[in-house]
Design a protein. Structure first.
Ligand SMILES: Nc1ncnc2c1ncn2[C@@H]1O[C@H](COP(=O)(O)OP(=O)(O)O)[C@@H](O)[C@H]1O
Ligand SMILES: [Mg+2]
Length: 271
């Protein structure tokens, strides 16, 4: 499935981010099949926010894939359990890169009545590889094969790639700009909604490593840590979203008992 031309505004299907106060400001959510860059320094809850959005998809009985390259799946799941996500409501399957094992797991996913969160923990896989094999492994080849198989077999609707920076470090692309173009195109061609995590150094003005990812992406969500009177808050804004009339103002991002919330104007006085 490639990009589809719509005949009217109402025909654009959207995937909510499931962040209260933010979805209403972006026309209800991200147009399906879009690629959104999720940028911010360490600890801004990028991984959690992406997880939150695809958890909601899985709760709605869709199959989704989270590819983690830097954080182990155990560490990721522990964080999500600590945040109160209910793993009775969805099924979770962990996969590596072995095509035969993926085939077996695909059978279970097809048989399940719940939405499936498929976790691909390539960071751990790398750690278990022999030191001499790891640098030569073609990680993009491994990832694209997994995504393609799961799209064809269990129709995954959404993928999180966490993070682009880790993929760059692992892969050592010879012509990165060309490769990045190819990566974005790969997801567009499959019609998958994708979240690409981009780690930003603190106080950086660039959203991403090669400064072309934000041009190629359909959407850019930025989270910053902001200090006022020695209190640090997380602030979020949607810098870009194609096909959507968005509010580009800055919101305070909070996580509490009822999930993620974006507060308009924030709680602190603006100085
Ligand atoms: N239950 C919780 N409520 C609010 N914040 C939490 C909770 N659990 C963990 N965090 C915060 O989430 C942050 C890590 O989020 P994470 O999504 O891993 O960030 P990033 O991917 O941007 O580095 C930690 O700094 C931690 O303080
Ligand atoms: Mg993270």
């Amino acid at each position: 499935m490639t990009e589809q031309l719509v005949s009217s505004k109402g025909e654009i299907k959207r995937m909510p981010l499931s962040i209260k106060g933010l979805d209403d400001n972006i026309g209800g959510g991200l147009p399906t099949g879009s690629i959104m860059l999720v940028c911010g320094p360490a600890g801004t809850m990028k991984s959690s926010l992406c997880f939150n959005s695809i958890y909601a998809e899985a709760e709605a009985k869709k199959n989704v894939l989270y590819i983690t390259l830097e954080q182990s799946y155990v560490s990721l799941l522990n964080q999500m359990i600590n945040m109160g996500y209910d793993f009775q409501k969805i099924d979770v399957t962990v996969i590596g890169s072995d095509p035969n094992i993926i085939k077996k797991k695909v059978k279970d996913i097809k048989a399940s009545k719940k939405g499936h969160l498929i976790l691909s923990d390539l960071g751990s896989l790398r750690a278990t590889m022999k030191a001499q094999d790891a640098p030569s492994a073609d990680w993009w080849n491994i990832i694209s094969r997994i995504v393609k198989t799961l799209k064809e077999e269990v129709d995954i609707s959404c993928v999180v790639l966490d993070s682009l920076n880790s993929l760059y470090v692992l892969s050592d692309f010879k012509n990165p700009r060309n490769k990045i173009f190819h990566i974005f195109n790969f997801f567009k061609q499959l019609g998958i909604t994708a979240f690409f995590v981009s780690e930003m150094p603190k106080d950086s003005s660039k959203y991403c490593e090669y400064e072309i990812e934000d041009y190629l992406a359909d959407g850019v969500l930025v989270i910053q840590l902001v200090e006022r009177n020695r209190k640090v808050t997380r602030e979020v804004n949607i810098a870009k979203m194609r096909g959507t009339d968005i509010n580009i103002d800055i919101f305070t991002l909070e996580f509490g008992k009822d999930g993620f919330k974006a507060l308009y104007g924030g709680k602190m006085p603006l100085v």
